[in-house]
Design a protein around this ligand. Structure first.
Ligand code: FCB
Length: 471
């Protein structure tokens, strides 16, 4: 018998022997907590387009994307999803899904085209209109101040400490403008990406490959910018405004749920994220990091670490790929287990599938640092979507999302303070160095016509939101 036939025969046999409904135990409760926020996420450079509209200044990403050889297929964000003009249509998509909230980012260079100085009223107006339209549709706005696009005129970018102060001034200014309507602000998105990927790997704007001391200094300016922005937002925002960060700490996940492996994964989380989230949550660089970097450790000025450790109202995590960890006899007590060529992945080569990472990131952060609240600011997957007869049946994305959301639900059900989830992404968009070759949306975007079509995954998410449970 061929394998296929065997499976078919097996299913028929199992069907015949199934338990009667009466004999079955009650179904496992898959409901989400009451008040659990369900939303979608995007970022300015990935969706807005309109790069020359209304006085917007050039950014690092405009420059990088127009440098030959940097982006797949020579793509750029000049038009992207044209959401700067089509945002009412995009809000209508969300209204149809029934989401509670929308996470978007503000393009710094629309507000301060050269990074500082006189604000550009037309840029501010855009976000005013966006926020008003969201609220009119019953959707809570959650704003990220910096999702990687900064004004190209800022001298030295993140290599220059002054950029951290410029970001804080801009963030404070926008909090002053929007906090009468926006209750949640995130300072920066994914420290590791705008530092390491951009200044060590050279894969993202500005595409540098600095030596270790230079990379560590950029990292320091990144966490400093976050801390300064927390303080600036608090100083300028309405009382009660919630301030946090959206970070993608490496999601160390125990290979087996036994005390030894669980402890190993927790240690790895703290040590391997020492330059980012650990520094923010503990207000210091831990010895392991300083010892490892030696003479290349960042130059820290008096008072920096207290700023970096400014208390947060919430921590948001972007969760995609697990790093499997096992207990080990060596000096660190843990070993990271390599992914193999055949490890399950979605369409992006970096996106290894491991839903347990969802549960363990929430649990590790909660147990180590006791944040007041946690959100998932991003989770989603790229798939090779094809439109056929007007449909995109992305069953693989549904599988991915259901697996991860189930594990987030597990964390919330166990009492960890997880308050909400933002799916990446509302629609296909400019996926950085991959250009338009990787689609993460639950709405399909035809980039030639800008037509948006809900995929099967949008139908799934709508049902999750309607029933408030995993479906
Ligand atoms: C994250 C980014 C986001 C998007 C997803 C797929 O690293 O924050 O902008 O590109 O990955």
């Amino acid at each position: 018998m061929r394998r296929r036939d065997f499976v078919r025969g097996g299913m028929a046999a199992a069907g015949a022997g199934m338990l009667s409904t009466a004999a079955r135990a009650a179904p496992v409760d898959l409901s989400l907590p009451k008040d659990f926020v369900l939303g979608c996420a995007t970022a300015a450079y990935q969706i807005e387009g309109a790069v020359d509209a209304d006085g917007r200044g050039k950014t690092n990403w405009d420059v990088f994307a127009h440098t030959p050889g940097k982006i797949a297929n020579g793509d750029n964000g000049d038009i992207a999803c044209d959401s700067y003009r089509r945002y009412p249509e995009d809000i209508a998509l969300m209204r149809d899904l029934g989401v509670d909230a929308y996470r978007f980012s503000i393009a710094w260079s629309r507000i301060f085209p050269t990074g500082r100085g006189k604000p550009n009223a037309k840029g501010v107006d855009y976000y005013d209109r966006l926020v008003d339209a969201l609220l009119a549709s019953g959707i809570q706005p959650h704003a990220t101040m910096f999702h990687w696009d900064y004004p190209a005129a800022l001298p030295g970018g993140w290599q220059n400490r002054d950029t951290a102060y410029a970001l804080a001034d801009y963030a404070g200014y926008m909090a002053g403008k929007l906090s009468d309507r926006v209750r949640h602000f995130m300072t920066v998105n994914e420290l590791r990406c705008f530092t390491d990927l951009s200044h060590r790997e050279g894969l993202h704007a500005p595409g540098l490959k600095l030596p270790p001391a230079g990379v560590n200094q950029v990292r320091h300016h990144g966490v400093l910018a976050h801390g300064l922005a927390v303080q600036a937002i608090r100083a300028k925002a309405r009382a009660g405004t919630q301030v946090g960060i959206a970070d993608n700490m490496v999601a160390f996940t125990p290979v087996i749920e036994t005390p030894a492996h669980i402890a190993a994964a927790r240690t790895a989380t703290r040590v391997e994220n020492a330059m980012f989230l650990t520094a923010i949550m503990e207000g210091r660089y831990i010895d392991e990091y300083l010892r490892q970097e030696g003479a290349n450790a960042p130059k820290v000025q008096a008072g920096d670490m207290a700023i970096i450790g400014s208390p947060l109202d919430f921590v948001s995590l972007n969760v995609y790929t697990p790093e499997w960890v096992r207990a080990d006899d060596g000096p660190t007590g843990y070993a990271v287990v390599r992914h193999n060529a055949a490890s399950p992945r979605m369409a992006s080569p970096w996106l290894v599938v491991g839903p347990e990472a969802a549960y363990w990131t929430v649990r590790n952060v909660s147990e180590m640092w006791k944040p007041k609240a946690l959100y998932i600011s991003e989770n989603g997957a790229s798939t090779d979507d094809a439109m056929a007869n007007g449909r995109v049946d992305d069953a693989d994305r549904v599988m991915y999302l259901r697996g991860y959301l189930s594990q987030f639900r597990r964390a919330a059900a166990e009492g960890f303070p997880l308050k909400g989830y933002f799916l990446w992404s509302l629609m296909d968009n400019f996926e950085w160095a991959d250009g338009y070759s990787k689609r993460f949306g639950i709405h399909y975007v035809d980039f030639a016509t800008q037509r948006r079509t809900p995929k099967l995954s949008a139908q799934w998410y709508k049902e999750v939101i309607r029933q408030r449970r995993i479906v």
